[in-house]
Ligand binder design. Structure first.
Ligand code: FUL
Length: 449
């Protein structure tokens, strides 16, 4: 359709009140946010004193000598991640127990006082080196809640202490692609109340690692998806209203909905990250070896995260030996192979697409498949460099018995995956029934599944 015709069509739709045009340009991703999303898969590594005490939340009284991984090999982590299609890894440099996996000048509660490499070890260094060697991006988790630090709760002093830790991590180890701030704080009613200086924390990341994305419930670059089950919202906008989740751990009206679904009229680009563990816990517990997620389960997590305009941050925690467990490695490898087979042949590739915008502002894409393959998966994608626009769509297929609806949905964004009953179709039609701005052509991939 020519630009003039399109303008007439969208003006008519606006006049009819079908499209709500925001007052200013809609948000679009930064380069770092775009790359973050295109990576699709990142591996989370929870590792620390909890690995040795078999706990999920340490209380900060652990003795550093208990941290004694005898065969730690970060290259094994990175090789397994890369071979399974992951493009980044994020390590818990410090969890809530306050134990630091690098030799820090800020506390005695660190690897420097453990037997690991005779007290000369640095897990963060081995981790970032391994990421570099395997071509993976490195990310770090630095828990704000610290149950060991004596200054925790003395707000100004702890903020200084925390900034010093962050500064060590962001200046010693080369490029860090993602800095992860969790929102947990389990202090009870009589616990120490710490007021975090988020503006200062975020400004520190910006100045020391300007290309990193900052993750937290409140972004500012990437938001938590709101649960640890591995499910992004079926409707998932990458834009949010920042006032609804003003700081990590905020609980208020609308927080869960904003994290899960975003907001079509949100003023900032803040896509959701879906973090979930391959095991029942975040840390490795040998007793849970029989409960590692199956390949089927992992594939379905891919559909409910990457396939819903999110990114999958899958936790695969190292064992006490300091290695990824063979069961976990075989499951992620199985997931990679299954997905590879599923998306090996795109039946839409090379077929002519016809695109037209109707008088009412809705748009239609027709794809002539001629041969009539049996398909059961569709991958849809918007060009998010121009923002996220689609709010409702329908996918139909034409066979000898006529047209039938294959799937219907709301948002698409970077990637939307649909599974449906296998259908032998000659033509495919995607109708964009509602959008927040002028609809643009969508990437369509069709697979047998
Ligand atoms: C939460 C923590 O409390 C869990 O232990 C885990 O690290 C999860 C990813 O974030 O806030």
């Amino acid at each position: 359709m020519k630009r003039r015709e399109f303008l007439i069509a969208s003006t008519a739709a606006l006049a009819a009140g079908r499209i709500r045009r925001p007052p200013r340009a809609r948000p679009t991703p930064s380069r770092a946010q775009l790359e973050w999303q295109q990576d699709e898969l990142a591996m989370f590594l929870h590792f620390g004193v909890n690995t040795f005490t078999d706990r999920e939340w340490g209380d900060g009284t652990e003795d550093p000598p208990i941290f004694a991984p005898a065969n730690l090999d970060a290259r094994q982590w990175a090789r397994a991640a890369r071979a399974a299609g992951f493009r980044a890894m994020i390590l818990t440099a410090k969890h809530h127990d306050g134990f630091c996996l690098w030799p820090t000048a800020t506390t005695e509660h660190s690897v420097a006082n453990s037997p690991f490499r005779g007290g000369k070890g640095d897990v963060v260094r081995e981790f970032t080196d391994a990421c570099g060697a395997e071509g993976l991006k490195a990310g770090l988790y630095l828990s704000p809640w610290d149950r060991n630090a004596s200054v925790y709760g003395d707000s100004q002093r702890y903020n200084d202490f925390y900034i010093a830790q962050l500064t060590e991590l962001l200046t010693r180890y080369g490029p860090i692609a993602e800095v992860w701030f969790d929102g947990a704080n389990g202090e009870g009613p009589n616990g120490r109340k710490q007021v975090y200086d988020w503006p200062r924390i975020w400004a520190t990341v910006r100045s020391l690692q300007p290309n990193a994305v900052i993750f937290s419930d409140a972004g500012p670059d990437v938001r938590w998806i709101g649960n640890e089950r591995g499910a992004a919202g079926e409707t998932n906008w990458s834009t949010v209203d920042p006032a609804v989740v003003p700081y990590p751990g905020a609980t208020g009206t609308g927080v869960t909905g904003m994290l899960q679904h975003g907001d079509p009229n949100g003023s900032v680009w803040r896509p959701g990250e879906t973090d979930v563990s391959i095991r029942p816990g975040w840390f490795n517990h040998a007793a849970e070896d029989a409960r590692v997620r199956t390949v089927d389960d992992l594939v379905s997590l891919y559909f409910t995260s990457v396939g819903r305009n999110s990114k999958l941050l899958l936790n695969v925690p190292p064992t006490r030996a300091g290695l990824l467990n063979a069961i976990d490695v075989s499951r992620i490898q199985g997931m990679h192979e299954r997905l590879g087979a599923m998306f090996a042949h795109d039946y839409a590739a090379g077929h002519a697409v016809e695109w037209r915008v109707r008088g009412d502002g809705t748009a239609v894409m027709d794809l002539d498949l001629r041969a009539g393959p049996s398909i059961s998966i569709a991958s849809l994608g918007e060009d998010i460099r121009r923002g996220q626009r689609i709010a409702r769509y329908r996918l139909e297929g034409e066979s000898a018995s006529g047209w039938r609806t294959l799937s219907e949905g709301t948002t698409i964004g970077y990637r939307k995956l649909e599974r449906f009953e296998p259908a032998t179709v000659q033509r495919i039609r995607l109708s964009i029934l509602q959008s927040t701005d002028a609809p643009l052509p969508v990437r369509i991939g069709l697979y047998t599944g």
